[in-house]
Design a protein around this ligand. Structure first.
Ligand SMILES: C[S@@+](CC[C@H](N)C(=O)[O-])C[C@H]1O[C@@H](n2cnc3c(N)ncnc32)[C@H](O)[C@@H]1O
Length: 284
């Protein structure tokens, strides 16, 4: 297999697969080996802090303050490796127990420049609660380097198709004389909003491979398509089951993945090898 993986990482322990490199290490250790300003896009889906209480990796801090101090450390490391026109996406969640995300957002908006808050609409509710509405979304905080930084973002890459009956009804609108031009325009689809509706993975989903917080690849595709070009390098410091890497392989981006848990590291590695032998369909 030809190793075309990024040359912007150095140090022992990195394994090249397809267009990327993966390491089983702590995020901070792995990030230390990535060159300054060498990454176009970072997709970070960190432990949310005591949401998955049964998993050690979500419970390894003595309290919220320690978790927040650690968050600032890895975000600073991400900022160092991010290109001037790059975006850092950070996943987070609010709920009965997950209020730490509010503090995370406010702290990170001081470390970097707030760019957007994207809602991931999971399409079905989860963690039913009797004292409030059923939660149905998670959030993705988008950060850029500075107020005057102009991040790369391609809105055309994430257009959504109009339904056929909607196209036909728009075409009946008498104000538009050039029907062919109007139809060409409509067939390009509409711009996606910052509410991304992608169903979360059910236990029975074919895509699910055994990680408790595996994200749907269709969601990650939208971040990768809009915020990087083919050939750019995308980094995921908490790779989990390898969703970002699998997306990058499908969309022809280079990638760098860091995962500290040996079992998940192996899961991601197998998944990427499978993706290479049988390209994963773009499930979006
Ligand atoms: C929320 S999950 C990521 C799931 C991933 N987005 C996916 O689709 O599979 C967070 C991951 O971070 C890993 N992790 C936790 N602490 C870490 C650390 N300090 N450095 C690197 N990885 C870490 C966990 O083992 C877990 O797999």
């Amino acid at each position: 297999m030809k190793d075309a993986s990024p040359d912007n990482v150095s140090g022992p322990g990195w394994i090249g697969i397809g267009q990327g490199r993966i390491i089983c290490a702590d995020a901070l250790e792995g990030l230390n080996e990535v060159a300054d300003g060498s990454v176009q896009l970072i997709i970070a889906d960190p432990p949310y802090f005591q949401v998955l209480v049964e998993h050690g990796w979500d419970n390894s801090w003595n309290g919220p303050e320690e978790y927040l101090a650690w968050t600032i450390e890895w975000v600073r490391a991400c900022r160092r490796v991010l290109r001037g026109d790059g975006l850092l996406y950070v996943f987070g969640q609010l709920g009965k127990r997950e209020h730490v995300w509010l503090h995370t957002c406010s702290l990170l908006a001081k470390e970097m420049q707030f760019h957007d808050m994207i809602i991931w609409d999971r399409a079905v509710g989860y963690n039913e609660r009797s004292d409030s509405f059923t939660p149905q979304y998670e959030m993705i905080l988008a950060l850029r380097h500075a107020a005057n930084a102009a991040p790369y973002f391609d809105k055309d890459a994430v257009r959504l198709p109009y339904e056929e009956d909607r196209i036909q009804s728009y075409l009946r609108d008498k104000r538009y004389k050039d029907k062919a031009a109007r139809e060409t325009h409509l067939r390009k689809g509409k711009y996606a909003t910052n509410i991304l509706r992608v169903p979360s993975l059910k236990g029975s989903s074919k895509e699910k491979i055994g990680h408790p917080s595996q994200k749907p690849i269709g969601l990650i595709h939208q971040l990768v398509r809009s915020s990087s070009r083919p050939g750019d390098t995308v980094l995921d410091p908490f790779l989990g089951s390898g969703t970002t890497a699998a997306s990058c392989e499908s969309l022809m981006r280079k990638w760098i993945g860091i995962e500290s848990n040996k079992a998940y590291f192996e899961m991601a590695r197998r998944r990427i090898e499978d993706t290479l032998s049988r390209p994963e369909p773009a499930l979006d």
